[in-house]
Design a binder for this molecule. Structure first.
Ligand code: NAD
Length: 307
Protein backbone atom coordinates (compact mmCIF):
# COMPACT_ATOMS: atom_id res chain seq x y z
CA UNK A 1 0.00 0.00 0.00
CA UNK A 2 1.21 3.50 -0.80
CA UNK A 3 2.31 5.55 2.18
CA UNK A 4 -0.18 8.31 3.08
CA UNK A 5 1.27 11.80 2.82
CA UNK A 6 0.58 14.45 5.45
CA UNK A 7 1.42 18.13 5.06
CA UNK A 8 2.08 19.90 8.33
CA UNK A 9 1.71 23.58 7.41
CA UNK A 10 2.18 25.17 10.84
CA UNK A 11 4.45 24.53 13.83
CA UNK A 12 3.30 21.34 15.51
CA UNK A 13 4.43 19.85 18.82
CA UNK A 14 7.17 17.24 18.45
CA UNK A 15 4.97 14.59 20.16
CA UNK A 16 2.32 15.12 17.47
CA UNK A 17 4.93 14.77 14.71
CA UNK A 18 5.97 11.50 16.36
CA UNK A 19 2.37 10.20 16.25
CA UNK A 20 2.27 10.86 12.50
CA UNK A 21 5.67 9.31 11.79
CA UNK A 22 4.98 6.26 13.95
CA UNK A 23 1.82 5.68 11.91
CA UNK A 24 4.14 5.34 8.91
CA UNK A 25 3.04 8.50 7.13
CA UNK A 26 5.26 10.47 4.82
CA UNK A 27 5.29 13.77 6.74
CA UNK A 28 6.30 16.99 5.05
CA UNK A 29 6.69 20.19 7.01
CA UNK A 30 6.58 23.77 5.85
CA UNK A 31 5.74 26.69 8.12
CA UNK A 32 2.84 28.90 7.00
CA UNK A 33 3.07 28.57 3.20
CA UNK A 34 1.08 31.19 1.28
CA UNK A 35 -1.78 30.19 -1.01
CA UNK A 36 0.44 29.84 -4.12
CA UNK A 37 2.85 27.54 -2.34
CA UNK A 38 0.05 25.58 -0.63
CA UNK A 39 -1.54 24.85 -3.99
CA UNK A 40 1.76 23.27 -5.07
CA UNK A 41 2.28 21.39 -1.81
CA UNK A 42 -1.17 19.80 -1.56
CA UNK A 43 -1.16 18.14 -4.99
CA UNK A 44 -0.58 14.64 -3.64
CA UNK A 45 -1.35 14.88 0.09
CA UNK A 46 -3.97 12.90 2.00
CA UNK A 47 -4.08 15.26 4.99
CA UNK A 48 -3.16 18.82 5.95
CA UNK A 49 -2.55 20.10 9.46
CA UNK A 50 -2.80 23.82 10.21
CA UNK A 51 -3.25 26.10 13.23
CA UNK A 52 -4.98 29.50 12.99
CA UNK A 53 -2.79 29.93 9.90
CA UNK A 54 -2.37 29.25 6.98
CA UNK A 55 -5.67 29.67 5.16
CA UNK A 56 -7.07 26.53 3.56
CA UNK A 57 -9.12 28.17 0.80
CA UNK A 58 -11.44 26.63 -1.78
CA UNK A 59 -8.61 26.92 -4.31
CA UNK A 60 -6.26 24.96 -2.05
CA UNK A 61 -8.89 22.29 -1.45
CA UNK A 62 -9.65 22.01 -5.16
CA UNK A 63 -5.94 21.57 -5.88
CA UNK A 64 -5.76 18.51 -3.61
CA UNK A 65 -7.47 15.57 -5.33
CA UNK A 66 -6.36 13.04 -2.70
CA UNK A 67 -7.19 15.16 0.34
CA UNK A 68 -9.30 13.27 2.91
CA UNK A 69 -8.86 15.23 6.11
CA UNK A 70 -7.92 18.71 7.33
CA UNK A 71 -6.70 18.96 10.92
CA UNK A 72 -6.75 22.17 12.94
CA UNK A 73 -4.53 21.97 16.03
CA UNK A 74 -6.68 24.19 18.25
CA UNK A 75 -10.22 25.51 18.24
CA UNK A 76 -11.46 28.09 15.68
CA UNK A 77 -12.07 26.89 12.11
CA UNK A 78 -12.37 30.29 10.46
CA UNK A 79 -9.23 29.78 8.30
CA UNK A 80 -10.71 26.70 6.64
CA UNK A 81 -13.30 26.84 3.84
CA UNK A 82 -15.68 24.38 5.47
CA UNK A 83 -18.19 24.58 2.63
CA UNK A 84 -15.60 23.55 0.04
CA UNK A 85 -14.39 20.72 2.30
CA UNK A 86 -17.94 19.47 2.83
CA UNK A 87 -18.66 19.43 -0.89
CA UNK A 88 -15.75 17.07 -1.40
CA UNK A 89 -16.55 14.95 1.68
CA UNK A 90 -13.29 15.99 3.31
CA UNK A 91 -13.36 15.61 7.09
CA UNK A 92 -12.30 18.52 9.28
CA UNK A 93 -11.02 17.70 12.79
CA UNK A 94 -9.82 19.91 15.64
CA UNK A 95 -9.02 19.78 19.35
CA UNK A 96 -11.50 21.97 21.22
CA UNK A 97 -10.73 20.96 24.80
CA UNK A 98 -6.95 20.90 24.52
CA UNK A 99 -6.35 24.39 25.88
CA UNK A 100 -9.22 24.77 28.36
CA UNK A 101 -7.09 24.41 31.47
CA UNK A 102 -4.43 26.78 30.11
CA UNK A 103 -6.93 29.51 29.27
CA UNK A 104 -8.56 29.07 32.68
CA UNK A 105 -5.21 29.37 34.46
CA UNK A 106 -4.45 32.56 32.52
CA UNK A 107 -7.84 34.04 33.50
CA UNK A 108 -6.98 33.30 37.14
CA UNK A 109 -3.49 34.78 36.68
CA UNK A 110 -5.05 37.98 35.29
CA UNK A 111 -7.49 38.07 38.20
CA UNK A 112 -4.66 37.91 40.76
CA UNK A 113 -2.57 40.36 38.81
CA UNK A 114 -5.36 42.96 38.81
CA UNK A 115 -6.41 42.27 42.43
CA UNK A 116 -2.83 42.72 43.72
CA UNK A 117 -1.64 45.18 41.06
CA UNK A 118 1.25 42.88 40.18
CA UNK A 119 1.88 44.23 36.68
CA UNK A 120 1.60 47.84 37.84
CA UNK A 121 3.99 47.23 40.74
CA UNK A 122 6.47 45.54 38.42
CA UNK A 123 6.35 48.50 36.00
CA UNK A 124 6.99 50.91 38.86
CA UNK A 125 9.91 48.83 40.21
CA UNK A 126 11.57 49.02 36.79
CA UNK A 127 11.11 52.79 36.82
CA UNK A 128 12.88 52.82 40.19
CA UNK A 129 9.68 53.71 42.04
CA UNK A 130 8.83 51.95 45.32
CA UNK A 131 5.03 52.26 44.85
CA UNK A 132 3.98 50.57 48.09
CA UNK A 133 1.17 53.03 48.86
CA UNK A 134 -0.34 52.81 45.38
CA UNK A 135 -0.35 49.03 45.52
CA UNK A 136 -3.10 48.38 48.03
CA UNK A 137 -5.00 45.34 46.81
CA UNK A 138 -7.83 42.99 47.73
CA UNK A 139 -7.97 39.35 48.81
CA UNK A 140 -9.95 36.90 46.74
CA UNK A 141 -11.00 34.38 49.39
CA UNK A 142 -14.64 34.94 50.29
CA UNK A 143 -15.23 37.17 47.26
CA UNK A 144 -17.74 36.30 44.53
CA UNK A 145 -16.69 35.37 41.02
CA UNK A 146 -19.27 35.53 38.23
CA UNK A 147 -18.51 33.16 35.37
CA UNK A 148 -20.31 34.11 32.16
CA UNK A 149 -20.32 31.08 29.85
CA UNK A 150 -20.06 27.85 31.84
CA UNK A 151 -18.54 25.58 29.20
CA UNK A 152 -15.15 23.86 29.13
CA UNK A 153 -13.09 26.91 30.14
CA UNK A 154 -15.72 28.43 32.43
CA UNK A 155 -15.89 25.13 34.32
CA UNK A 156 -12.10 25.05 34.87
CA UNK A 157 -12.11 28.68 36.05
CA UNK A 158 -14.98 27.99 38.46
CA UNK A 159 -13.18 24.90 39.79
CA UNK A 160 -10.04 26.89 40.62
CA UNK A 161 -12.04 29.82 42.05
CA UNK A 162 -13.98 27.42 44.27
CA UNK A 163 -10.71 25.94 45.52
CA UNK A 164 -9.55 29.48 46.36
CA UNK A 165 -12.57 29.90 48.63
CA UNK A 166 -14.49 32.17 46.28
CA UNK A 167 -18.27 32.06 45.93
CA UNK A 168 -19.19 31.05 42.40
CA UNK A 169 -22.08 32.52 40.37
CA UNK A 170 -22.71 31.18 36.88
CA UNK A 171 -24.57 32.41 33.84
CA UNK A 172 -25.20 30.23 30.78
CA UNK A 173 -28.29 29.80 28.59
CA UNK A 174 -27.76 26.01 28.85
CA UNK A 175 -27.20 25.48 32.58
CA UNK A 176 -25.54 22.22 33.55
CA UNK A 177 -26.59 21.77 37.18
CA UNK A 178 -24.43 18.73 37.81
CA UNK A 179 -21.23 20.49 36.78
CA UNK A 180 -22.30 23.55 38.75
CA UNK A 181 -22.60 21.41 41.87
CA UNK A 182 -19.04 20.13 41.42
CA UNK A 183 -17.69 23.68 41.63
CA UNK A 184 -20.08 24.89 44.35
CA UNK A 185 -21.63 27.19 41.76
CA UNK A 186 -25.09 28.73 41.57
CA UNK A 187 -26.77 29.81 38.34
CA UNK A 188 -28.07 33.38 38.25
CA UNK A 189 -29.56 35.82 35.79
CA UNK A 190 -26.96 37.89 33.96
CA UNK A 191 -27.97 41.17 35.65
CA UNK A 192 -27.90 39.58 39.11
CA UNK A 193 -24.46 38.10 38.44
CA UNK A 194 -23.10 41.46 37.29
CA UNK A 195 -24.49 43.24 40.36
CA UNK A 196 -23.20 40.72 42.89
CA UNK A 197 -19.78 39.68 41.57
CA UNK A 198 -16.43 41.04 42.70
CA UNK A 199 -14.83 39.44 39.66
CA UNK A 200 -16.65 38.89 36.36
CA UNK A 201 -14.95 36.54 33.92
CA UNK A 202 -16.04 35.90 30.32
CA UNK A 203 -15.95 32.45 28.71
CA UNK A 204 -18.57 32.61 25.96
CA UNK A 205 -18.00 32.06 22.25
CA UNK A 206 -18.22 35.12 20.00
CA UNK A 207 -21.60 34.79 18.28
CA UNK A 208 -24.30 37.30 17.39
CA UNK A 209 -25.84 37.11 20.88
CA UNK A 210 -22.52 37.69 22.65
CA UNK A 211 -21.23 40.56 20.47
CA UNK A 212 -20.76 43.48 22.91
CA UNK A 213 -22.49 41.42 25.61
CA UNK A 214 -20.63 43.60 28.09
CA UNK A 215 -21.73 47.09 27.10
CA UNK A 216 -22.08 50.43 28.85
CA UNK A 217 -25.36 49.52 30.52
CA UNK A 218 -24.03 46.23 31.91
CA UNK A 219 -20.71 47.74 33.03
CA UNK A 220 -22.78 50.21 35.05
CA UNK A 221 -24.47 47.32 36.86
CA UNK A 222 -21.11 46.08 38.15
CA UNK A 223 -19.66 47.09 41.54
CA UNK A 224 -17.22 50.01 41.47
CA UNK A 225 -14.77 47.63 43.17
CA UNK A 226 -15.25 44.85 40.58
CA UNK A 227 -12.70 43.37 38.21
CA UNK A 228 -13.55 42.27 34.65
CA UNK A 229 -11.57 39.46 33.00
CA UNK A 230 -11.82 38.74 29.27
CA UNK A 231 -9.96 35.75 27.86
CA UNK A 232 -12.79 34.85 25.44
CA UNK A 233 -12.94 37.13 22.40
CA UNK A 234 -12.35 40.89 22.26
CA UNK A 235 -15.70 41.76 20.71
CA UNK A 236 -17.63 40.22 23.61
CA UNK A 237 -16.85 43.54 25.31
CA UNK A 238 -17.61 47.00 23.91
CA UNK A 239 -14.08 48.35 24.21
CA UNK A 240 -15.01 52.05 24.16
CA UNK A 241 -17.49 51.48 26.97
CA UNK A 242 -14.85 49.54 28.92
CA UNK A 243 -12.28 52.32 28.54
CA UNK A 244 -14.87 54.78 29.86
CA UNK A 245 -15.76 52.46 32.74
CA UNK A 246 -12.11 52.15 33.74
CA UNK A 247 -11.37 55.86 33.38
CA UNK A 248 -14.43 56.93 35.32
CA UNK A 249 -14.31 54.25 38.02
CA UNK A 250 -17.53 52.37 37.24
CA UNK A 251 -15.38 49.28 37.83
CA UNK A 252 -11.98 48.93 39.51
CA UNK A 253 -9.91 47.11 36.92
CA UNK A 254 -9.67 44.67 34.06
CA UNK A 255 -7.49 41.82 32.86
CA UNK A 256 -7.61 41.32 29.11
CA UNK A 257 -6.07 38.66 26.89
CA UNK A 258 -8.20 39.39 23.81
CA UNK A 259 -9.08 42.56 21.93
CA UNK A 260 -11.47 43.82 19.28
CA UNK A 261 -8.42 44.67 17.23
CA UNK A 262 -5.44 42.30 17.41
CA UNK A 263 -2.61 43.08 17.73
CA UNK A 264 -3.75 45.88 20.04
CA UNK A 265 -2.66 49.18 18.41
CA UNK A 266 0.40 50.66 20.10
CA UNK A 267 -1.18 53.78 21.57
CA UNK A 268 -4.58 52.32 22.36
CA UNK A 269 -6.30 54.02 25.33
CA UNK A 270 -6.20 50.70 27.25
CA UNK A 271 -2.40 50.89 27.31
CA UNK A 272 -2.63 54.22 29.18
CA UNK A 273 -4.60 52.82 32.10
CA UNK A 274 -2.83 51.61 35.25
CA UNK A 275 -5.77 49.47 36.39
CA UNK A 276 -5.60 47.17 33.37
CA UNK A 277 -3.44 44.11 32.79
CA UNK A 278 -2.92 43.23 29.13
CA UNK A 279 -1.60 40.03 27.53
CA UNK A 280 -1.30 39.30 23.80
CA UNK A 281 -3.87 36.48 23.33
CA UNK A 282 -1.74 33.89 25.12
CA UNK A 283 -4.54 31.86 26.72
CA UNK A 284 -3.55 28.67 24.91
CA UNK A 285 0.17 29.41 24.84
CA UNK A 286 1.47 26.68 27.10
CA UNK A 287 3.60 23.66 26.44
CA UNK A 288 0.80 21.37 27.63
CA UNK A 289 -1.98 22.95 25.56
CA UNK A 290 0.10 22.92 22.39
CA UNK A 291 1.11 19.31 22.97
CA UNK A 292 -2.47 18.18 23.59
CA UNK A 293 -3.80 20.17 20.62
CA UNK A 294 -1.24 18.63 18.26
CA UNK A 295 -1.48 15.08 19.52
CA UNK A 296 -5.29 15.03 19.53
CA UNK A 297 -5.40 16.18 15.92
CA UNK A 298 -2.62 13.81 14.84
CA UNK A 299 -4.41 10.86 16.46
CA UNK A 300 -7.69 11.71 14.71
CA UNK A 301 -5.87 11.89 11.39
CA UNK A 302 -4.26 8.51 11.96
CA UNK A 303 -7.67 7.05 12.74
CA UNK A 304 -9.26 8.54 9.62
CA UNK A 305 -6.45 7.64 7.20
CA UNK A 306 -5.99 4.14 8.59
CA UNK A 307 -9.59 3.40 9.54
P1 NAD B 1 -17.50 26.01 25.22
O1 NAD B 1 -18.30 25.89 23.99
O2 NAD B 1 -17.08 24.78 25.94
O3 NAD B 1 -18.28 26.93 26.28
C1 NAD B 1 -18.93 28.12 25.93
C2 NAD B 1 -20.14 28.26 26.86
O4 NAD B 1 -20.75 29.52 26.60
C3 NAD B 1 -21.22 27.19 26.62
O5 NAD B 1 -21.57 26.58 27.84
C4 NAD B 1 -22.39 27.98 26.05
O6 NAD B 1 -23.65 27.45 26.42
C5 NAD B 1 -22.15 29.34 26.65
N1 NAD B 1 -22.83 30.42 25.95
C6 NAD B 1 -23.17 30.50 24.64
N2 NAD B 1 -23.83 31.66 24.42
C7 NAD B 1 -23.89 32.31 25.60
C8 NAD B 1 -24.45 33.54 26.02
N3 NAD B 1 -25.09 34.34 25.14
N4 NAD B 1 -24.33 33.89 27.31
C9 NAD B 1 -23.70 33.10 28.19
N5 NAD B 1 -23.16 31.91 27.86
C10 NAD B 1 -23.26 31.52 26.58
O7 NAD B 1 -16.24 26.89 24.85
P2 NAD B 1 -14.84 26.97 25.62
O8 NAD B 1 -13.91 25.93 25.10
O9 NAD B 1 -15.10 27.07 27.08
O10 NAD B 1 -14.30 28.36 25.06
C11 NAD B 1 -14.95 29.58 25.33
C12 NAD B 1 -14.34 30.68 24.49
O11 NAD B 1 -13.01 30.94 24.92
C13 NAD B 1 -14.13 30.28 23.01
O12 NAD B 1 -15.28 30.47 22.26
C14 NAD B 1 -13.03 31.20 22.58
O13 NAD B 1 -13.60 32.38 22.07
C15 NAD B 1 -12.28 31.50 23.87
N6 NAD B 1 -10.90 31.00 23.84
C16 NAD B 1 -9.90 31.87 24.10
C17 NAD B 1 -8.58 31.44 24.08
C18 NAD B 1 -7.46 32.40 24.40
O14 NAD B 1 -6.34 32.15 23.97
N7 NAD B 1 -7.68 33.45 25.15
C19 NAD B 1 -8.28 30.10 23.79
C20 NAD B 1 -9.33 29.22 23.55
C21 NAD B 1 -10.64 29.67 23.56
Amino acid sequence: MEMAKVLVAAPLHEKAMEVLRKAGFDVIYEEYPDEERLVELVKDVDAIIVRSKPKVTRRVIESAPKLKVIGRAGVGLDNIDLEAAKERGIKVVNSPGASSRSVAELAIALMFSVARKVAFADRKMREGVWAKKQCMGIELEGKTIGVIGFGRIGYEVAKIAHALGMKVLLYDPYPNEEMAKEVGGKFAQLEELLRESDVVTLHVPLVEQTYHLINEERLKLMKPTAILINAARGAVVDTSALVKALQEGWIAGAGLDVFEEEPLPKDHPLTKLDNVVLTPHIGASTEEAQMRAGVQVAEQIVEILKG
